[in-house]
Design a protein around this ligand. Sequence first.
Ligand code: G3I
Length: 450
Amino acid sequence: MKRSHAILTVVTAGALAAGTLVTLSPAANAATTLGSAASAKGKYFGTAAAAYKFSDSVYTGILDREFTMVTPENEMKWDATEPSQNSFSYAGADTIVNRAKANGQRMRGHALAWHQQQPGWVSSLSGTALRTAMVNHITNVATHYKGQIYAWDVVNEAFSDNGDGSRRNSNLQQTGNDWIEVAFKTARAADPAAKLCYNDYNTDGVNAKSTAVYTMVKDFLSRGVPIDCVGFQSHINSASPLPSDYQANLQRFADLGVEVQITELDIAGSGSAQANSYADVVKACLGVTKCAGITVWGIRDSDSWRSGDTPLLFDNSGNPKAAYNSVISAFGATTTSPSPSVSASSSSPGPGGDGACTATYSNNAWTGGFVTTVTVKAGSSALTGWKVALTLPSGAAITNSWSTTASGSSGAVTFGNVSYNGSVAAGTSTSFGFQGTGSAPSGTATCTAS
Ligand code: G3I
């Protein structure tokens, strides 16, 4: 008790010395994340997640912090959930669902019927036997997750890339052209509350493939075949650039009455070109009322199925990239809290003579953990480097940090700039952050020029 009283006194004294008000209102403690920025606009922001990466605390730190929707990258596919006929295996998928539930995140289910990632036993089936196996698979998996899935990709990638709007000639297609509607009806019967989506790639602009999907959705709606949403994978690269009619294409599906979702977004590239394309996708979703949200296909570039394209929002170390900031901005949010919960300044003996920089921070804390976002602001002279000193409460430990180098993980920690955020023009700010276990910091953060 004595100890925490002493800390509070120091904070208050430090803040008063700096002429800054200490506020501890809960509203000021919410750090901006992809999820919170999207939620403020009524959208979700999700990611694909892989259960085998859950032992990586950098990965789970970002997963738990940033996203409000989760799609299992592989764990709900047919080969994972029914490795031998009528023998179901949900361990990987359950791990993801349980983590999402514990974090208040919703789930997209992916994918009930698809020509890829089928277990070996399926390839020996055809005709009625395959159709019956598909129906049994959908019934079992959708029933297992009944009431826990926001939206299911019921059928994935069923149209060809021939440019003629035809169906893909898969083993499932060969069981009869009605296989897609049978899949949707089966899913509806098993989990009536889940939204049922058709999901595909190269359907992001108006083209023969997307028009074939459009025609199918329109037909389903006119005949009462249950379908609630269309997923646009949006794997963007130089061979498949972001189409100029992206928003118009989303809108024409929305106008049919279905929800639209961006389901597997990744954009090859780097720097401002990549950041601008990400912003364009966000703006397109914001421009379509029935666009429920955006899911990126992985967390760090190194987690991507196309890691060589560096297509995601976090670098290999888990630092947010320029594209991350542009997504936050496109949602109309800022990366730093406008009214920090604790504020303090230092008087660095810098060449300018007055305080060279100030550090303010805000916490997003929960029982057992926290995320702290720190803003470093230059005084009347530009900074070429900075350091922020902060003492963590007893028992607290940093598990990962971004846009900074931390000198340690507990007790008195000094955070230094990294190459891209050391230069800060006079009167402007940059930010960094860290995540930890235990109690969030509450003491004075002291900034010095370096
Ligand atoms: O689990 C095995 C591992 O035991 C083995 O050592 C390793 C050796 O290659 O393979 C591992 O399985 C891989 C699996 O991903 C898990 O990492 C498969 O080979 C690999 O083919 C599989 O790739 C997945 C791909 O779908 C398969 O089509 C990607 O992770 C996944 O991101 C990707 O996701 C698809 C969507 O479902 C549908 N839309 C396109 C998207 C990208 O292809």
